[in-house]
Ligand binder design. Structure first.
Ligand code: ASP
Ligand code: MG
Length: 450
């Protein structure tokens, strides 16, 4: 049998003190029989602290003591030679001095400053692993070939990276070396350091997994996995054992803050599963995100997500009937104002849609008033039932019986765009009640088999 290829990623909370770093090393050791690639974030809150240091430098104050101290303590406790980090701390100081001198922080500067977090953490972990007899090597992502565009703070990985990453990692793996790789950071074609957006090490890990054709990505986090709803709103949420990529993507969109929004794209459709596991309870199973669900997970509503604070806009054509091109006129306005739309429902002469409350609604109204009558309603929320929604009639029946029983009015419905969700709009003051009663009725106890 071929050796399993595994990419594992540890976030900042898994590295925040020496005990957790030992735990991280323990997990790595346990998986040492596999072809293992490790991606890590910065230690603890380093990224936030580095941003603070940059702001202090702008005000003339060079202070990165909190970051240095945490690294000193960890090195001491783990018997890692702190001198291995000296060059990077000197570089950090120089970068901060540059900000102080120039009196400005450009996005490119922020990326450079943030990069020190991951560049430091890979050295600490790989040195410690070497101390305990594990053959690990710290690797900056750009040494593997992570190349991005120059969209600082939120850069996109360029497709040519994949081949380079594959070749470089295959070489390390064939020598039985465990690479400890910086998540989150990369370089553009000119050699400037870039970042993939906050929380971006999930994306680094899945991109690597897709490049080397790994069997699985494990993201170690401080949560049990993906839950059936937001525990801040619902008492009896359940941890989902298994969820499909499409279901997970819908959840990410609706604000399940567990994953970097783009992190699933590289592995979808490639037979690479993504597992989210709790670092603090590492014997427990987490949530598996897969291309193909097991039979017993196929026919269920699995989760209820929501999005608060949406505005509903009703747009009715002011010419009497079927105005040819009405839809395209409406969308041209949205396009010109760069407003993105979430939900849509249409009839012959009118269209209802929802947007984020943050958009400039007055401007939108002004532009639409030329050819339409516009009605705006605020303080709404989108509720989304996520799972297999192909047997929609049955789901609608159950859901609407519950909503009727609790006298909750639905203002708009959307179904048909995908087979994994049904969305509707309720007033925000009814949101908590809505999600609760639906969660009890469709997910808790037996749940609804559809
Ligand atoms: N260290 C980075 C951040 O805090 C990247 C990550 O944690 O994934 O955003
Ligand atoms: Mg982090």
């Amino acid at each position: 049998m071929e050796t399993e290829r595994l990419v594992i990623k540890f976030g900042g909370v898994s590295l925040k003190d020496y005990k957790r770093l030992k735990n991280t090393a323990e997990i790595i050791k346990k998986n040492n029989d596999k072809e293992l690639v490790v991606v890590i974030s910065a230690i603890g809150e380093s990224t936030n602290e580095l941003i603070k240091s940059a702001n202090k430098a702008l005000n003339g104050n060079i202070d990165y003591k909190s970051i240095k101290d945490i690294h000193i303590i960890i090195c001491e406790k783990l018997n890692v030679d702190f001198n291995k980090l000296t060059i990077l701390f000197n570089e950090l100081e120089n970068s901060l001095l540059k900000i102080k001198k120039s009196g400005e922080i450009k996005p490119m500067d922020t990326d450079l400053i943030m990069s020190y977090g991951e560049r430091l953490s890979i050295i600490v972990l790989s040195e410690y692993l070497n101390n305990i007899g594990i053959n690990a090597k710290s690797v900056n992502s750009w040494e593997l070939g992570f190349i991005t565009n120059s969209n600082f703070l939120n850069a996109e990985i360029l497709p040519e990276s994949s081949e380079l990453i594959k070749d470089n990692l295959n070489e390390l793996l064939s020598k039985k070396i465990i690479p400890i790789i910086t998540g989150f950071i990369a370089k553009d074609k000119l050699g400037n350091i870039t970042t993939l957006g906050r929380g971006g090490s999930d994306l680094s890990a899945s991109y690597i997994a897709s490049s080397i054709n790994a069997n699985k990505v494990v993201l170690w986090k401080d949560v049990d996995g993906i839950l059936s709803s937001n525990p801040k709103l619902i008492d009896n949420t359940v941890k989902l054992d298994e969820i499909s990529f499409r279901e997970a993507s819908e959840m990410a969109f609706f604000g399940a803050e567990i994953l970097h929004p783009q992190s699933l794209f590289p592995v979808i459709g490639k037979n690479i599963s993504v597992e989210i596991r709790n670092f603090l309870k590492h014997e427990n199973k987490g949530t598996m995100i897969v291309d193909k669900l097991k039979e017993n997970n196929l026919n269920k509503i699995k989760a209820i997500s929501y999005r608060k604070d949406v505005t509903m806009v009703q747009i009715r054509s002011n010419r009497m009937l079927g105005n040819f091109g009405f839809l395209s006129k409406v969308f041209k306005v949205f396009n010109d104002l760069e407003i993105s739309v979430d939900m849509i429902a249409t009839s012959e002469v009118s269209i209802s849609l929802t947007l984020d409350e943050s958009h400039d609604i007055e401007k939108l109204k002004e532009n639409l008033n030329d050819f339409a009558i516009v009605k705006v309603s605020n303080n709404n929320s989108i509720v989304s039932l996520i799972g297999n929604t192909q047997k929609s009639t049955k789901i609608f029946k159950h859901a609407f019986e519950i909503l009727n029983e609790f006298k909750i009015d639905v203002k708009m419905v959307s179904y048909g765009a995908s087979n994994v969700n049904i969305c509707f709009i309720v007033k925000s003051i009814e949101l908590e009640k809505t999600v609760n009663v639906l969660h009890v009725g469709l997910i808790e106890s037996e749940g609804l088999t559809c």
